[in-house]
Write a protein that binds this ligand. Structure first.
Ligand code: ARG
Length: 453
């Protein structure tokens, strides 16, 4: 690359500073796939002979196998994955290798590799999201009727069933899945042929390259094609949101596993001990996942910040996209794998949940709705039950143990049938609007997800 234009060799410090192969070697399989498609197009354009292409193909196949086996020597002075593979190729087959870079620049080459990488990794993360959804679904199915308090502001609010909680997580992961599908659709554009910035006087059949590589479109502006990293930012955003969802799930599980809640117990295999306190059993997998959300957000902000000051087309700053991208992909792949393996081993402490759900205050809203059904405006009913809760709390009796006489001091609309309100299962059974947690609804959601997943 430096031969011809430069008199002096590169400064060693500058070389180490600017190399990217220590990071971007991970793109090798995509880089080779792209080179094979490019070579085919060069044959069609009359630049390479069929024999030369066959030589290229055979050598690249060997190089790929060597890389996979860990037998390939990456040279930092060759800068990046592209130059390393091209240099190895030319060293092995000579002239044919030296022709491969015709009508191609590393600017469109790296854009191509990244798009192939994002498409492949989006599909992999989608598959892992599905695996986690299935783990959640099986928990939802096994524990669908276990009643527990639902919390808002982390205060006991209204009764729900555990199946509903796990289904809520599945819904969030489904949106994450959809975001990655959308992102992969925008990554699905072939940039190869854009050259360094302005295409080439040697015109290749880009549609045919796109078909070869599984792209459904070709880019329509060479300047934009080499400068665009929106699809990387979008992917990092999608991964950051998955991290945020896993972090919220982590927080809930950590809270539920405390002695104070006692709703769940993590299996030994997914817990860690303390180096000092012999009794400790810590939920570190969930804590680490909650903690890793920071780097997922950081990676997104790092890329957006790198992009914000750049003029159009390729700038070397764009090389800084890879560290954040690879880091977020690894982080999310690992986290999803840990969660899908950890959740089936959770112990659900049904008794603790149901005794917490026996708190009659969880049915205070039902009591207000009882008055509404007797003809009272909701605001008045809310106030009346509020007074009743205040009295029962002061008297240290359950809301269900206030005498009818006392209730009637607050409203004459309270009658004998009021006791029926304090039946948690009855309350849940009435919550039949779509999305609400009646047993029928939860069962229907479980079978809907079963057929979807
Ligand atoms: N390693 C570079 C990157 O990741 C590849 C493109 C380099 N292009 C260039 N003209 N120096 O962005």
């Amino acid at each position: 690359m430096r031969q011809g234009r430069f008199d002096e060799p590169a400064n060693e410090i500058a070389q180490l500073y600017s190399e990217s192969v220590s990071t971007d070697w991970r793109l090798y399989a995509h880089d080779i796939k792209g080179s094979l498609a490019h070579a085919a197009a060069l044959v069609a354009a009359g630049i390479l002979t069929k024999e030369e292409r066959e030589k290229i193909e055979a050598a690249l196949t060997v190089i790929e196998a060597e890389i996979k086996a860990g037998d390939f020597r990456w040279e930092r002075k060759l800068e990046d994955v592209h130059m390393n593979i091209e240099a190895a190729l030319t060293k092995r087959i000579g002239a044919a290798g030296a022709k491969l870079h015709t009508a191609r620049s590393r600017n469109d080459q790296v854009a191509l590799d990244l798009r192939l990488y994002v498409k492949a990794e989006a599909a992999e993360v989608c598959a892992r999201l599905r695996a986690l959804q299935r783990a959640l679904l099986s928990l939802a199915e096994r524990h669908q009727a276990v009643i527990l308090p639902g919390y808002t502001h982390l205060q006991r609010a209204q009764p729900i069933v555990l199946g509903h909680c796990f289904l809520a997580q599945i819904e969030a992961l489904e949106r994450d899945h959809g975001r990655l599908i959308d992102c992969a659709r925008r990554a699905d554009v072939l940039p190869l042929g854009a050259g360094a910035i302005a295409g080439s006087t040697i015109v290749l059949d880009r549609e045919s390259i796109a078909r070869d590589l599984g792209f459904s479109k070709v880019s329509q502006n060479s300047l934009d094609a080499v400068g665009d990293r929106d699809f990387v930012a979008e992917f990092l955003f999608g991964l950051a949101v998955i991290g945020m969802h896993l972090s919220r799930l982590s927080e809930e599980l950590i809270l539920w596993s405390t002695t104070e809640f006692g709703f769940i117990t993590f299996s030994d295999a997914f817990s860690t001990g303390s180096s000092l306190m012999p009794q400790k059993k810590n939920p570190d997998m969930a804590e680490l996942t909650r903690g890793k959300t920071g780097r997922l957000y950081g990676n997104l902000i790092a890329l957006l910040t790198t992009l914000k000051g750049l003029p159009s087309s390729y700038q070397r700053d764009l090389q800084e996209d890879k560290g954040p991208l690879f880091d977020s992909v690894t982080t999310i792949r690992d986290a999803l794998q840990v969660f899908a393996a950890m959740l089936p081993e959770l112990t659900i402490n049904t008794g603790r949940m149901e005794s917490a759900a026996a708190d009659p205050n969880l049915l205070a809203t039902d009591l207000a709705e009882y008055l509404v059904k007797k003809g009272m405006p909701f605001r008045e009913a809310h106030e009346a039950v509020g007074k009743l809760v205040a009295r029962s709390t002061a008297a240290k009796v359950g809301l269900n143990n206030v005498s009818l006489l006392e209730m009637q001091e607050i409203s004459k609309r309270f009658e004998e049938d009021v006791l029926k309100v304090f039946d948690v299962r009855g309350s849940l059974a009435k919550r039949t609007a779509p999305g609400a947690p009646s047993p029928e609804n939860v069962a229907a959601q479980i079978s809907r997800w079963k057929s979807l997943l």
